[in-house]
Design a protein around this ligand. Structure first.
Ligand code: SF4
Length: 717
């Protein structure tokens, strides 16, 4: 039933199946757009960022005292007549629950939605003992009838059409049912009511386990949770120990965010608080048995990990899937093992082992949409990259990755090879800036965009001749170029230098700089990436500059956020790195906020210009307004749909998953074509490569340039 890809080739095949599923594509596309709008609206009445920070801090504190919270919960719950168990492993949890069922002579079980029970494969274990288990959440019941796993943590059947559900219900009831949703819901109610009444035992999960009063909270939208936990004579709740919360107040804080993030609701329809064994008419002696089974399954080890302990903050809202552009294309069955979305990729490694995680963790484009929206502020893309590094450490990197690493580590060798490649590419360019005549391996799936040629003269080769003389500079900056602009798009840097010099800024370009190391980090090559940190921080005498400007959002975000923690060197090296990272500034922010340029400084010829907000700029650095204001200052800014949606580049991602990269690119280009603009500007050379290459391939009437080029062209003399 649950399946994880064994190798990249079989995974690619499975991804194709999803991409060809027209219903899935349409449903997830619509959901992704609607979700963003409704989520924005529902967060208007609460301080979103403060609440998320509060949840993160609360959960981190709890994580450090799980043993203590468990003991407190147990004591309090037992005072109220509940029995509390602790299972080290998934198998142990299943055995405890199977024993409780046997001891109570249970034959029929109703169950409300529980991802923890999915994690332990509880249904399979109980079915082995001959018990009948009925899922009672509508989505869960649908997928149970199909013998499928959930494709979303909150909306398990989102991948299915009403026709498919009608077929499944018809088969289950021996009736011929239409695809009328209202009627199908009535059928499920009729069928499930019988099951609720017949059940000897109810199994639930829990969203919170409150240590101070020994109660649990279950939040649902269908009321089935209440029927499962109250009607049968036995109630068992299976709870991850990460759900332990010291106080009711902390649970209520999380409750302000969880439903808003999950389903854009202020509050779910039902919030049930269960505080022990109450009287019941379901048993002969009028007593109810309530068991709280806590599951560890690696969580207490995870809690000790200084980086990965944040995984235990997760409140299972599912939002990291809702905004993931890859999930939007392929759905949850291809985007996790049991747990879905970004958190699913991470949990697959810790809960189910590296066999399950190895291939899945490759499928992250690194757009940071998930971390931007996470209810618990988990740095999901970083953790995914870190797992790749761990897998490389544990199993060794693929040969080609090792080869790339040794070249990148040696700046002289890397740059010499690029020089050689520049000559070697001549027969392929046909005199254009693109590689037009590529070998067969770049055709087919890889042929969705025109690839750029290396520039005939790199920026570092041009520097001596273009270096501006600014006699009395008001500011002094250095440029960090990154590989793409240094060797492919030097004209973008030249445009920036022209603009800066025109506004009395002295510009420097230290030649000892190299690749920022992000592609290596993304491939899990941590030690080589750290070596590049040392090289780059060492190449700049950062104290001399007011700012170190980079026109590549990916380099800027990586240097700013990752560099300070990557280098375990001497105190002097660490100091240099922190200083270097602290001075890094993106081009648009420097131009608008530091230089203060606005419409007064530009000639506006009324060109219609649209904008792509690069992931690492708008989310990585949180820069949203500056580029838009600058476009508005020198052109007619035309807002396109989903400006902040990833273009599908993701560095090596577009090479590894070209079929997904192509679809993401198509969506963006559709939006830009609809905008009516003749020019698209971007703040990152990687996105220029993707979007320009796609526009060229489709022969679109859309010029794609860096924002620096637009601004330099419209400078007032
Ligand atoms: S990782 Fe964050 S966004 Fe994803 S399910 Fe957990 S809390 Fe929600």
């Amino acid at each position: 039933m649950h399946d994880a890809p064994k190798d990249l080739a079989s995974y690619q095949k499975a991804l194709h199946e999803s991409l060809e599923n027209a219903f899935l594509r349409k449903a997830l596309d619509k959901f992704a757009v609607d979700y963003r709008t409704s989520r924005t609206n529902v967060f208007k009445d609460v301080p979103e960022r403060e609440l998320i920070a509060q949840i993160a801090a609360d959960k981190d504190r709890s994580c450090k005292r799980l043993d203590e919270l468990y003991l407190q919960f147990k004591q309090e719950a037992e005072k109220r007549g509940a029995k509390v168990h602790l299972a080290k492993t998934a198998a142990e949890a299943n055995e405890i629950i199977a024993r409780i069922a046997r001891e109570n002579n249970v034959k029929k079980i109703t169950k409300s939605k529980s991802m923890t029970a999915e994690e332990t494969l509880l249904n399979h274990r109980l079915e082995q003992d001959g018990m009948e288990i009925t899922e009672t959440d509508l989505g869960e019941w649908i997928i149970q009838l199909r013998n499928e796993p959930p494709s979303h943590m909150v909306m398990p059947a989102i991948h299915l059409s009403r026709d498919e559900v009608a077929t499944d219900f018809s088969r289950a009831t021996n009736e011929t049912l239409s695809n009328d949703i209202g009627k199908l819901v009535k059928v499920s109610r009729r069928e499930l009511r019988r099951k609720f009444i017949e059940a000897d035992m109810g199994i639930s999960g829990a969203n919170f386990a409150i240590a101070e009063n020994g109660s649990i909270a279950i939040i649902t939208n269908e009321g089935n949770g209440r029927l499962v936990t109250t009607l049968p004579k036995v109630h068992v709740a299976l709870i991850g120990i990460d759900k332990l919360t010291p106080t009711l107040e902390e649970a209520l804080t999380a409750l302000l965010v969880l439903p808003r993030n999950a389903t854009s609701q202020r509050l779910t329809s039902y919030v049930a608080w269960i505080g022990g064994a109450t009287a019941t008419t379901g048993s002969e002696d009028g007593k109810k048995e309530v068991h709280f089974v806590f599951l560890d399954n690696g969580r207490s080890e995870l809690a000790k990990d200084p980086l990965f302990s944040q995984v235990l903050r997760c409140v299972r809202c599912g939002a990291c899937a809702n905004v993931c552009p890859v999930y939007r294309l392929v759905g949850g069955h291809k985007m996790g093992y049991i747990y879905i979305g970004a958190i699913g990729l991470i949990l697959s490694y810790f809960f189910f082992g590296r066999d399950k995680a190895r291939v899945l963790t490759q499928n992250c484009v690194g757009c940071e949409a998930c971390t931007d929206i996470c209810a618990a502020g988990i740095d999901l893309p970083r953790l995914i990259r870190e797992i790749r590094a761990r897998l490389n450490d544990e199993e060794g990197a693929p040969r080609e990755v090792g080869l790339i690493s040794s070249v990148m580590k040696n700046r002289t060798l890397f740059h010499t090879l690029l020089k050689f490649a520049k000559f070697a590419q001549r027969p392929l360019t046909g005199g254009t800036p693109f590689l037009r005549h590529l070998p067969q391996m770049f055709a087919g799936e890889h042929g969705f965009k025109a690839l750029p040629a290396l520039a005939s003269t790199s920026f570092r080769e041009r520097w001596k001749t273009i270096r501006p003389n600014v006699p009395k500079p008001q500011r002094r900056v250095a440029i960090f170029a990154g590989c793409a602009q240094d060797f492919i798009y030097p004209e973008q840097l030249e445009a920036a230098v022209r603009l800066l010099a025109a506004h009395n800024v002295a510009v420097d370009f230290p030649l000892g700089q190299s690749c920022c190391g992000l592609p290596l980090e993304a491939m899990g090559q941590r030690s080589v990436a750290a070596e590049l940190v040392r090289q780059n921080a060492g190449a700049f005498d950062s104290r001399r500059y007011d700012a170190i400007i980079t026109l590549c959002a990916s380099c800027a975000s990586h240097i700013k956020h990752a560099y300070p923690s990557m280098l375990a060197g001497t105190d002097n090296e660490v100091f240099k790195t922190q200083l270097f990272a602290g001075k890094i500034t993106d081009f648009s922010s420097f131009v608008r906020d530091t230089l203060g340029l606005d419409a007064e400084n530009f000639v506006n010829r009324g060109q219609k210009v649209c904008y792509h907000a690069s992931c690492h700029l708008c989310r990585g650095l949180g820069v949203k307004d500056a580029p838009r204001a600058l476009i508005d200052a020198c052109a007619e800014y035309v807002q396109a749909s989903e400006e902040e949606l990833c273009c599908g580049f993701g560095g090596t991602y577009s090479l590894k998953f070209p079929q997904i990269s192509a679809q993401l690119l198509d969506k963006k280009l559709e939006h830009y074509a609809a905008s009516g603009a003749s020019r698209l500007v971007v703040d990152c050379p990687g996105c220029v490569m993707q979007l320009r290459g796609g526009a060229e391939k489709k022969d679109m009437n859309l010029a794609v340039t860096h924002i620096a080029e637009l601004l330099a062209e419209h400078l007032k003399r």
